[in-house]
Design a protein around this ligand. Structure first.
Ligand code: PEP
Ligand code: MG
Length: 614
C-alpha cells in the first residue's frame, strides 16, 4: 500500500499532510483505518487512555497456580479453614496497603475499589460460602476459592449492568489474590518495574494498575474495554493505554521497544530509529502543551474568535469536587446523583439529599452546577428498589421513566434540590427523556414542589434552569420539538452511542463497534446543536466524548458551548478550545459527517491537529 495515496484518499477536502512527519500528520492512522489491525510493526486496539509514549515492554509474568481438587479427611477440615482464614487476613493486609498507596497517589475515589475488595473478603456470600463448602463438601481450600470466585463472578458478569460487570472483575481479582497467597507464590509485582516500562498483559485488574511503579509509562492489554476500571485508573494516572489488542499481543517480546499512542489505539512494536525520533519530538511538544494547559487551567476557555466555552466537571460524589476545582472546572456539567442512592441501603431522605446538594452548590458558589435527577433502574439496579427483572433493561424501566412512576421518590429528590437551590447556581437535568410529555410532567412536578416549599416558607432560587439529557436517538432526532420545552440540553454520548449503534456500552465483545465518533452519532450531535441554536438555548455535552481533546474542534464546530468531563481532562480541553476558531471549525466539522467510519473521523481529527496552523 502506498502511504501517500491513502492519505489523499481520505484527506480529500481536508488540509494536506505534512510530508515526512510520520506522527505529526498521523499518517499512520490512515493505514489503520483502511486496513486490518496489523500492519508491519504496528498493531491497533482500542484507544483507552490518551497520550503518546515510548518505552520498554514489561510482560506480566505471573500465573494463577493450577488448582487440584482434593477430598479432605474429616480431621483436616478445621486446619484447612484456618489456612483460608490466614489467607484472607494476608489479602486484607495487602489490600489495605494498596488502598493507602493509591489514596496518596490518586486520591480517595480511586482507592475506593480496594474497599470493595476488602468488603468481599468479609462477605458471607463469598468467603462465608467458602468456609461453608470446605466443611460441607470437604473440599480443599484452593478448589473452593476457585469455584466460589468463578460462580460469583459469572453471576455478576451475566447481569446487564456495567457497574456490576466491573464487580465481576473485582471478584476474579480478589479470588486470584487469595489463590496466590494460598500457594505461597510470589506475585508479579508491578511496583518494582523500572523507569520507562510499558506493561504488557493479557488483562489487568484495577489493583494491578494501582500498584504500578511510578516508572510505568503506558499499558497495553489483549482484552478489556474503554470503560474497564483498570482503564479509568490509567486515565487518572495520566498514562496512555491501548486495550483489546487481541492476538497481536503475542508479537510483543519482553524488552521490546514500544511506541504507544493512546489517542489512536496504536502500538508500534520495535519502531526504527527514525520513528523513535519522531515520537520523541512529538512527546516533547505534548509535554510543553500539557504544562501550559495545567498552568492556565483556571483561566476561562475562549476560542480564537472570542467564543466563551464552559468546560465543566462530571462528578458523582462530593469528594470529586476538590479535584474538579483544582483542575479549573467552570462548574459542574453533570452530577450523577444515582451514586447517592447506590451508596445507601435505603432511599436517601430529603434531608440527606439536601445536605449533599447544598454542599455541592456552595462549593461552586455562583458557577453553575447541573444536577441530574435519579438515573436508576434497568441496568443500574438498586437492591432496595426491588425493580422487576427485564429482558432488555437498557430499553426498560429506568431514569425519568422510573421517577415518573414513583412520584414519592421523585418528589423527595426535587424538594431537596429546590431547597438547595438557595445556596448556589442550580440547574436541574432530567435523564433519558424520550418525549415532550415526560418533560411537561417533570416540569409540573417541579412547580408543585416549589409551591409546597413556598407555602412552608422555604427560601429557594427564583429561577432554576430545567433541562434534559439528549441520550436517546429519538430525543436527538426530535430535539427541535423538545428544545421548545426546556432551558438547556446536554448530550449524553455514552448512551446515545449505544442506542444509535445498537452496541451495548459495557460489552467487551463488541467494544470495537462502540465509538462515539461514528458519523451517525455525530450527525445526531450536530442536529441537536442546530435545534438548540434555533430555540435559543445552550447545548452542552456530558458524555465521554466531551473530554476527548482530539475532538474538541469538531465539537465546537457542531455548535456546542459547554463541555463536561472527568476533571482530569479539563486543562487539556480548555487549552484545545483556545486554539480553535469556532467559525473555521464549523465547515470542517460539517465535512466529518460525510466520512464513512469512526476511524476516518479520528484520522481526520488527528491529521487536522497535526497540520492546521493555529
Ligand atoms: C451519557 O449517557 O452520556 C451520560 C453522561 O450518562 P451516563 O454515562 O451516566 O449514563
Ligand atoms: Mg446516560
Amino acid at each position: 500500500m502506498n502511504l501517500t495515496k491513502q492519505i489523499m484518499t481520505w484527506g480529500q477536502g481536508f488540509d494536506s499532510p505534512a510530508p515526512g512527519h510520520f506522527y505529526e500528520g498521523k499518517q499512520v492512522y490512515t493505514l489503520q483505518s483502511q486496513q486490518s489491525d496489523v500492519l508491519g510493526n504496528q498493531a491497533t486496539g482500542l484507544a483507552a487512555s490518551p497520550g503518546l509514549t515510548l518505552g520498554t515492554a514489561a510482560l506480566r509474568q505471573d500465573t494463577i497456580p493450577a488448582i487440584t481438587k482434593r477430598q479432605l479427611q474429616e480431621t483436616e477440615v478445621e486446619a484447612e479453614i484456618l489456612r483460608l482464614q490466614a489467607g484472607i487476613v494476608q489479602a486484607k493486609a495487602q489490600l489495605q496497603s494498596l488502598r493507602e498507596s493509591t489514596t496518596q497517589r490518586l486520591g480517595p475515589a480511586e482507592a475506593a475499589v480496594f474497599d470493595a475488595h476488602m468488603a468481599f473478603l468479609d462477605d458471607p456470600a463469598y468467603t462465608g460460602e467458602m468456609v461453608r463448602r470446605v466443611r460441607s463438601n470437604r473440599s480443599n481450600v484452593e478448589a473452593v476459592v476457585a469455584a466460589v470466585s468463578q460462580e460469583m463472578s459469572d453471576m455478576l458478569a451475566a447481569l446487564p449492568d456495567e457497574y456490576l460487570a466491573a464487580r465481576a472483575d473485582d471478584i476474579r481479582d480478589v479470588g486470584n489474590r487469595l489463590l496466590r497467597l494460598l500457594a505461597g507464590t510470589t506475585p508479579w509485582d508491578p511496583a518494582q518495574l523500572p523507569a520507562g516500562s510499558i506493561v504488557v498483559a493479557e488483562e489487568l485488574a484495577p489493583s494491578d494498575v494501582a500498584a504500578f511503579s511510578t516508572g510505568v509509562v503506558a499499558m497495553v492489554t489483549a482484552r478489556g474495554s474503554r470503560t474497564a476500571h483498570a482503564v479509568i485508573m490509567a486515565k487518572s494516572l495520566g498514562i496512555p493505554a491501548v486495550v483489546g489488542l487481541g492476538e497481536n499481543l503475542s508479537r510483543i517480546a519482553q524488552g521490546d521497544t514500544l511506541m504507544v499512542d493512546g489517542d489512536a489505539g496504536l502500538v508500534v512494536i520495535r519502531p526504527d530509529v527514525q520513528e523513535q525520533q519522531a515520537v520523541k519530538e512529538q512527546m516533547h511538544r505534548n509535554l510543553q502543551l500539557n504544562e501550559m494547559a495545567v498552568q492556565r487551567a483556571k483561566e476561562p476557555a475562549i476560542s480564537r474568535d472570542g467564543v466563551a466555552i464552559h468546560v465543566l466537571a462530571n462528578i458523582g460524589h462530593l469528594k470529586d469536587i476538590p479535584t474538579a476545582l483544582a483542575n479549573g472546572a467552570d462548574g459542574v456539567g453533570l452530577f450523577r446523583t444515582e451514586f447517592l442512592y447506590l451508596d445507601s441501603d435505603h432511599w436517601p431522605t430529603e434531608e440527606e439529599q439536601f445536605a449533599v446538594y447544598r454542599q455541592a452548590l456552595a462549593s461552586f458558589a455562583d458557577k453553575p452546577v447541573i444536577i441530574r435527577t435519579l438515573d436508576i433502574g434497568g441496568d443500574k439496579p438498586l437492591p432496595y428498589a426491588k425493580l422487576p427483572k427485564e429482558d432488555n433493561p437498557f430499553l426498560g424501566y429506568r431514569a425519568i421513566r422510573f421517577c415518573l412512576d414513583n412520584l414519592d421518590i421523585f418528589k423527595t429528590q426535587l424538594r431537596a434540590l429546590l431547597r438547595a437551590s438557595y445556596y448556589g447556581s442550580l440547574w436541574v437535568m432530567f435523564p433519558m427523556v424520550e418525549n415532550v410529555q415526560e418533560v411537561r410532567i417533570a416540569k409540573d412536578l417541579v412547580a408543585q414542589c416549589r409551591q409546597e416549599l413556598k407555602n412552608e416558607g422555604c427560601p429557594m432560587a427564583d429561577k432554576i434552569p430545567l433541562g434534559i439529557m439528549v441520550e436517546i436517538p429519538a430525543a436527538a432526532v426530535a430535539a427541535d420539538i423538545l428544545a421548545k420545552q426546556v432551558d438547556f440540553m446536554s448530550i449524553g454520548t455514552n448512551d446515545l452511542t449505544q442506542y444509535t449503534l445498537a452496541a451495548d456500552r459495557g460489552n467487551e465483545k463488541i467494544a470495537y463497534l462502540y465509538d462515539a465518533v461514528h458519523p451517525a452519532v455525530l450527525r445526531l450531535v450536530r442536529q441537536t446543536c442546530v435545534a438548540g441554536r434555533h430555540a435559543g438555548i445552550p447545548v452542552g455535552m456530558c458524555g465521554e466524548l466531551a473530554g476527548d481533546a482530539q475532538m474538541t474542534e469538531a465539537l465546537l464546530g457542531f455548535g456546542l458551548t459547554e463541555l463536561s468531563m472527568g476533571a482530569a481532562a479539563i486543562p487539556r480541553v480548555k487549552e484545545g478550545v483556545r486554539t480553535v476558531s469556532c467559525q473555521q471549525a464549523e465547515p470542517w466539522a460539517q465535512r466529518l459527517l460525510d466520512l464513512e467510519s469512526p476511524a476516518d473521523v479520528r484520522t481526520a481529527a488527528a491529521h487536522r491537529q497535526g497540520t492546521v496552523e493555529r
